[in-house]
Design a protein around this ligand. Structure first.
Ligand code: BES
Ligand code: MN
Ligand code: ZN
Length: 496
């Protein structure tokens, strides 16, 4: 889909804004007066109130150059922000994606969104809403396929919006990369093939290093390899480095992702219903990969290292057993009491490796770690635990600005104590069903060095979501959650 910024749009279909109360904004008002009030009349007849996402499809109004005018609500004008403009454009694309070849968007400035910003957000929203995962749909009828080839965004001055939208297209690329990775079936996307897809990032200037099991063995990554040993598909650990800082020697910011390409639970086997969704248990790794892609495509002036631990968690004659004790790269030992608490095991070695090798200024890990975070926060917020106030605040504000919100959960010694065991340095579950998401974070924290500012994002509820997929900016099961958040976090810290 091609996005163009123009000073006058032409085509069959145009979308304009209206605010709560049912009032058209300036662009719509101009069309309405050209039509002799037909548009306002249609809005009234439809009971249009201007609520966010409310839509009136006005067909064949006289006196205007368009055959169809989509009036779409943005809610209260004073409260509308950049994300509101994105959703507005997203609704227009959602409405036209399979039916129209060209769409004209006429955004207006809002009390807290300048017109150039509104134009750029409209482009972002239009792009995000066009996402589809049709790779394996061989029998789609023409009217089920995307038809929309061009979106024209009408602005009096196009340069500023155009420049911003070019940068934003890197971010959309990263989000789509993450969504695709999460959507791919587990027979196609497994540790080796995932690593190969990451290898492609070399073409955009990312240094990619892939560790195979022999190397991991040498490093002492017994926890990661213990999870992988039940699968015929060998593990991979991939480090992606972007060195965009003008201070070449500057220590990197590290982002680390859980990449379980399929989680059966292992010997602690999961129940069958819905198990297919565990192909998405690499959502953390996908977010890290997507963020690295976005950061490299927009040539971020920052040093960032992305590390993903890729395994498949399977039962089998060589699978690890409940009761096994594994030793980690850090030297600490773990009693594995539940093989389904595997994410923390692979992260134990991945975060240690990240700190040991790169001495990062800070480390953020993302993982579809616990079902408990879905019980607590649903699909709306990711759970966040952190040992550092500044990092936690920086994440919260980046997350809010990008529409990928987080909610902080506590850490403390009393929770930590629950993973003590007489048999090893720690066990991988608490043994009672309490505070599951915090316990997961406390476990990872045992592999974070005291002076590393760290945050853990449990994205089990936000990497994918329950249908209906009616959020126009996230129109499929896989959301790509985390890419925008991480990109903004890096931009705020190093660039703005
Ligand atoms: N991958 C799951 C968590 C998950 C659940 C992600 C639902 C997405 C949707 C994780 O590996 C897991 O199985 N966690 C266990 C931990 C428990 C054994 C302590 C869980 O949440 O039940
Ligand atoms: Mn599991
Ligand atoms: Zn898992």
């Amino acid at each position: 889909m091609d996005i163009r910024f123009v000073t006058a749009g032409s085509g069959e279909v145009v979308a304009v804004m209206a605010a709560e109360g049912g009032e058209l904004l300036a662009a719509g008002k101009a069309l309405d007066s050209a039509s002799g009030g037909r548009i306002a009349k249609a809005m009234k007849a439809a009971g249009f109130k201007g609520g966010a996402g409310q839509l009136v499809d006005v067909l064949a109004p006289d006196g205007v150059d368009f055959a169809r005018v989509l009036v779409i609500g943005v809610g209260k004008a004073e409260a509308a922000d950049g994300m509101g403009v994105e959703r507005w454009a997203g609704h227009a694309v959602k409405r036209t994606l399979t039916a129209v070849e060209k769409l004209v968007l006429q955004p207006d400035a809002l009390p807290s969104v300048a017109i150039a910003e509104a134009g750029a957000h409209a482009a972002m929203g239009a792009r995000l809403a066009s996402y589809r995962f049709d790779t394996y749909r061989t029998k789609l009828k023409p009217d089920q396929k995307p038809a929309l080839k061009a979106v024209e965004i009408v602005l009096e001055h196009t340069a500023a919006a155009k420049a911003r939208a070019e940068v934003d297209s890197a971010i959309v690329n990263g989000v789509f990369f993450a969504r695709d990775l999460v959507s791919e079936p587990p027979n196609v996307l497994y540790p080796e093939s995932f690593a190969e897809r990451l290898r492609d990032l070399e073409t955009i200037g990312v240094e990619v290093e892939i560790l195979e099991p022999v190397a991991m063995e040498k490093l002492g990554m017994g926890a990661l390899l213990g999870v992988a040993q039940g699968s015929a598909r060998p593990a991979r650990l991939v480090a992606m480095k972007w060195n965009g800082s003008s201070v070449k020697k500057q220590k990197p910011f590290a982002i680390v992702g859980k990449g379980v390409t399929f989680d059966t639970g292992g010997i602690s086997l999961k129940p069958g219903a819905g198990m297919d969704e565990m192909k998405g248990d690499m959502g953390g790794a996908a977010a890290v990969a997507g963020a690295m892609k976005a950061i490299a495509l927009r040539k971020a002036k920052a040093n960032v290292v992305g590390i993903v631990a890729l395994v498949e968690n399977m039962p089998g004659s060589n699978a690890q057993r409940p009761g096994d004790i594994v030793s980690t790269m850090s030297g600490q030992t773990i009693e594995v009491l539940n093989t389904d608490a595997e994410g923390r095991l692979i992260l134990a070695d991945a975060v240690w490796y990240a700190q040991d090798k790169y001495e990062p200024v800070a480390l953020v890990d993302l993982a579809t770690l616990t079902g408990a975070v879905i019980v607590a926060l649903g699909h709306e917020h990711a759970g966040m635990c952190s040992n550092d106030e500044d990092l936690a605040h920086a994440i919260t504000s980046a997350a809010t600005a990008e529409g990928e919100p987080v909610w902080r959960l506590p850490l403390n010694a009393a929770y930590d104590k629950l993973i003590d065991t007489p048999n090893a340095d720690m066990k991988n579950i608490a043994g009672k069903p309490v505070a599951g998401s915090i316990i997961g974070a406390q476990f990872i924290k045992r592999f974070i060095k005291d002076d590393t500012p760290w945050a853990h994002l449990d994205i089990a509820g936000t990497a994918t979501k329950a249908g209906p997929y009616d959020d126009p900016l996230s129109p499929a099961w896989a959301t790509g959650y985390g890419v925008r958040l991480l990109n903004r976090l890096i931009a705020n810290k190093y660039e703005d």
